[in-house]
Write a protein of this length. Structure first.
Length: 182
């Protein structure tokens, strides 16, 4: 007996397997003791006992607490003497459409005063002959996002040009160009 206890404490309980067995025995012992103390389990309790009516967290007599109306669209602000965003978008579109038949440098020079430095850099390798449209077929439509950021939609002969304009200081410049074929 002494030898068995000595083997148990010197070899088995000092190994990972021995420690895992001791922890498992303690966990099962705690669970078993908790079940003995808690008493019999009611089979009708728990998720099987569902309510007969829906659970409401709002008072149906209180009225609608949703948004009464959508907020007004922000008004784009323009520095005095500068072009409003729809005119800046129109002029950029005219310069963009003048690409076919002109050199890349001339085409980019026409767009440079109307675009941000980031867009100018992106357009350095663009080929003016690959402009997919030839003429404007409708009016510029603005979608104001903030006072200094608008989205302009321009219908063209075979698609729609979408421009993103920014005006951090009230001077509107095109920052992104996207083409949607129709």
């Amino acid at each position: 007996m002494r030898r068995a206890l000595e083997f148990l404490f010197t070899r088995v309980l000092r190994s990972r397997l021995g420690v895992a067995l001791v922890i498992a025995a303690l966990v099962f012992g705690v669970i078993g003791a908790a079940r003995l103390v808690s008493g019999p389990i009611d089979p009708a309790a728990g998720l099987s006992n569902r309510p007969h009516e829906p659970i409401s967290t709002a008072d149906p007599e209180a009225g609608d607490d949703g948004v009464a109306s959508s907020p007004a669209a922000p008004t784009p602000s323009t520095r005095p003497g500068d072009l409003p965003p729809e005119q800046a978008a129109g002029r950029f579109t005219t310069a963009w459409l003048s690409g076919p038949g002109s050199s890349a440098n001339d085409w980019q020079e026409r767009m440079r005063p109307l675009s941000t430095p980031a867009l100018t850099e992106k357009l350095t390798d663009a080929d003016p002959e690959r402009v997919p449209a030839r003429r404007v077929t409708g009016q510029v439509t603005l979608r104001p996002r903030t006072e200094s950021f608008v989205e302009a939609l321009i219908p063209l002969d075979n698609g729609q040009l979408r421009l993103e304009l920014v005006a951090p200081a009230g001077h509107w410049l095109v920052d992104a160009v996207d083409w949607e074929r129709q």
